[in-house]
Design a binder for this molecule. Structure first.
Ligand code: SF4
Ligand code: SF4
Length: 299
């Protein structure tokens, strides 16, 4: 990896056993997402709220929402059944940090009861600066931020509104606020040596030509990995917002943007755009096998 040479030993381990951060690790280690976070603090125009956060998820069946206690029990049961489980993440179905109590309580319970598990979180970044201390204290060492642009004009086309400290923002002010929060959160995470991956949804008409510039900035900020993900906007997904009928990128477009971004920044090419309750190795999803009703002895 491009960043390999600057990684400390502890960090190399941190990378090696996270299936998303290490392609080699993706065949040996499994991940699990716990769907404890239903609400979101903003509206992406490509989001499909009927399903999971399109941050990182294929439209499918709605994830079964869990309380923090149910999440812990499910995690302990899955760890017994899948001994290769190395990472537990919270990725939705809304934004984990728009549900801070549930998210932080779940992380705390996991940390207390499963001390060796790596904890991972995925967010749109809006509320990130506010929660850095809590996340680090509980031992989250991998964070994914979805950053689609660093240009407020482009952001205004991608986001419908942003809710922040009791106020609602739209247009350029929403875009700029989100970008500022994302970059501040990112800087703070880097200071605390958290491993950061950035996801960008490729929306060809809007950010195709901007993503390489974004990638250069991520490199300057020492982000570990950049993950360019194709927009999912097929009409049958039923997206209601502004980008509902937006053309999805072709495989060639995705490849060419990744190639341009990859000139400086390490690129993830094995992302599966998992559901907020995905379980198993990347590329497999055993979530249906672990529905609440199927788990023994739940409270
Ligand atoms: Fe939807 Fe965007 Fe919120 Fe994710 S961050 S749930 S895509 S609005
Ligand atoms: Fe890993 Fe991508 Fe799945 Fe997230 S969505 S768990 S980055 S493979």
């Amino acid at each position: 990896a491009k960043n390999g040479s600057v990684l400390s030993r502890a960090m190399s381990e941190q990378v090696a056993n996270h299936p998303c951060y290490s392609q080699a690790g993706s065949h040996r280690f499994a991940r699990m997402h716990l769907a404890v976070a239903p609400k979101c603090n903003m509206q992406c125009n490509y989001c499909n709220r009927k399903f999971d956060c399109s941050n990182e998820s294929r439209p499918g069946v709605v994830s079964e929402l869990l309380t923090p206690m149910q999440a812990l029990h499910k995690a302990m049961y899955v760890a017994e059944q899948i001994p290769q489980l190395s990472v537990i993440g919270i990725a939705g179905p809304g934004d984990p940090l728009a549900n801070p109590q549930k998210t932080l309580r779940t992380l705390e319970l996991l940390r207390q009861n499963m001390p060796d598990m790596r904890l991972c979180l995925s967010t749109n970044g809006l509320a990130l600066p506010e929660f850095i201390d809590e996340l680090c204290d509980v031992g989250v060492d991998h964070v994914t931020i979805t950053i689609n642009t660093l240009d407020a004009y482009l952001a205004a086309e991608i986001y419908e509104w942003v809710a922040f400290e009791g106020q609602s923002y739209t247009g350029l002010s929403a875009g700029q606020l989100l970008i500022d929060q994302q970059l501040e959160g990112l800087r703070k995470l880097m200071e605390r040596q958290v491993l950061v991956k950035v996801n960008s949804v490729l929306i060809p008409r809007i950010n195709q030509h901007h993503l390489p510039e974004l990638s250069r900035e991520l490199h300057r900020q020492q982000v570990f990995l950049h993950n360019v993900m194709p927009l999912l906007a097929k009409p049958e997904y039923g997206t209601k917002f502004g980008l509902a009928h937006e053309p999805e990128p072709t495989a060639e477009q995705v490849e060419s943007v990744r190639e341009n971004c990859g000139e400086q920044m390490a690129q993830m090419t094995h992302c599966q755009q998992c559901r907020a309750d995905a379980i198993g190795f990347l590329g497999e999803d055993r979530s249906q096998q672990f529905n609440l009703a199927q788990l023994p002895n739940l409270p």
